[in-house]
Design a protein around this ligand. Structure first.
Ligand SMILES: Cc1cc2nc3c(=O)[nH]c(=O)nc-3n(C[C@H](O)[C@H](O)[C@H](O)COP(=O)(O)OP(=O)(O)OC[C@H]3O[C@@H](n4cnc5c(N)ncnc54)[C@H](O)[C@@H]3O)c2cc1C
Length: 392
């Protein structure tokens, strides 16, 4: 959608076409896409792009196409992968790592059947692997009776913090303005003419996008305090034996185990073999949470010993605590603020949003610049106050 927004252009040299608050993966890609399409954009973040409190921080994130029957997210993943690859080609950044993705599930499970059907319908390269085929190809994995695999050879992992920071660099290279500042909630109703930072600066724009992850619940307490549910999530990196490359990218895939809601990423850049539980942890405040892991370690160790027996005694060489910013069912939130006509709310990544950054940026940029209605399932009206996860 390359075009110029000169018709929006600055009557007043200090007014931006769009101000994006939050430089996580959603805000960074939204700002970059807007700027590439000729808009004059300001991007701000309270702690800095890819900071350790943001959901988009950390080493790596999975990019997979399978989403059960939810073909909207399969299609978005496809588009996002195309755009991440294009970004790598244009910048030489190497954010995408093509490791392949292996789903481990029960042959009889509805979700496995639905994932296979959707991948086929949407045209995603994949292969169903019988238990014996998984064991032959990846003997590091212990597979139980009744389990099988779905292998996506084109999918893999994304370098998370590095990716977000690189997108923000490119955003600036194409003319965007980036600044560290904490923005206050806009007051009143109707048209917002300026936003203010806690340190007293004023920022003027025609449209505002709040892509503030878990902070959306704090910034808009009445509207979103009971609709965005930040949860504590832990990640562990296990150390493999010296000289052993069998758990490294190239020899081992990124994987998701549907039988136990656990997932992991092979050793990339010597970081270790990543393992984490996808089960939602306790409610957290993203500003003040102490990020020292340990709660899920017994569960994760027991899992590693069962699924990857040779790593039974592998030491934890690094751990992290991050937060998901869940919507009630896992669908994204992309909608106008109901009382502020030129304010957009973007978030609800719900533990699966990172991969979609470029596709979401494209979607939001189009909505903000061209207007129009958001997809029903991304609407504010669809967000409930009780959690019932349906998107995984
Ligand atoms: C442990 C973990 C594992 C995950 N694994 C995967 C995965 O494998 N694959 C996948 O696709 N997704 C995954 N996700 C989900 C994905 O990372 C998130 O959905 C995504 O990063 C959310 O991005 P965001 O931009 O909405 O939020 P964030 O990255 O949190 O960014 C929000 C930004 O807003 C800023 N901000 C907040 N308030 C203000 C303010 N008042 N003024 C200015 N700035 C402000 C913050 O500083 C922050 O940088 C995972 C998430 C976690 C936590």
């Amino acid at each position: 959608m390359k075009r110029s927004y000169l018709n929006l252009a600055v009557a007043d040299g200090n007014t931006y076409d769009v101000m994006v608050v939050g430089a996580g993966v959603f805000g960074a890609w939204t700002a970059y896409t807007l700027a590439r399409n000729g808009a004059r954009v300001l991007l701000v973040d309270a702690y800095g792009a890819g900071n350790s409190r943001s959901s988009s921080s950390g080493e790596t994130r999975i990019i997979r196409m399978g989403y059960g029957a939810d073909d909207i997210y399969t299609r978005w993943s496809q588009r996002a992968l195309e755009l991440w690859r294009k970004f790598d080609e244009e910048t030489g950044a190497r954010i995408f790592q093509r490791t392949g993705v292996l789903w481990i599930g029960r042959e009889s499970a509805q979700n496995s059947r639905e994932t296979l059907a959707t991948l086929k319908k949407v045209g995603v390269p994949h292969k169903a692997l019988a238990r014996a085929e998984i064991e032959k190809r990846f003997p590091q994995i212990a597979v139980a009776d009744g389990e099988f695999g779905i292998y996506e050879p084109e999918s893999g992992a994304l370098m998370a913090r590095r990716g977000v920071q690189r997108v923000v660099e490119e955003f600036q290279r194409v003319g965007g303005t980036y600044q560290v500042a904490e923005i206050e909630m806009p007051a009143g109703k109707g048209h917002v003419s300026a936003l203010t930072s806690w340190s007293g600066e004023n920022f003027r724009a025609r449209n505002y996008v709040f892509a503030c992850g878990a902070w959306l619940a704090k910034l808009f307490p009445e509207l979103l305090g009971r609709r965005i549910f930040p949860s504590r999530q832990e990640i562990y990196f296990f150390g493999v034996p010296p000289g052993d490359r069998s758990y490294a990218a190239g020899n081992f895939p990124t994987w998701l185990d549907q039988t136990s809601e656990t997932y992991g990423i092979p050793d990339i850049e010597g970081r270790g073999f990543k393992v984490a539980s996808d089960i939602h942890g306790s409610a957290v405040d993203p500003d003040s949470i102490e990020r020292v892991a340990g709660d899920t370690l017994p569960l994760v160790r027991e899992y590693v010993a069962r699924r990857f027996p040779a790593l039974r005694n592998a030491p934890v060489i690094e751990s992290r605590v991050c937060q998901y910013e869940n919507s009630s069912n896992g669908d994204f939130l992309i909608d106008r603020h109901p009382d502020l006509e030129n304010v957009w709310l973007v978030g609800g990544g719900s533990g699966h949003g990172f991969k979609h950054g470029p596709a979401l940026g494209e979607y939001v940029a189009r909505l903000v610049l061209d207007g129009g209605e958001t997809e029903t399932r991304f609407s504010l009206a669809s967000k409930q106050t009780v959690q019932k996860r349906t998107v995984h």
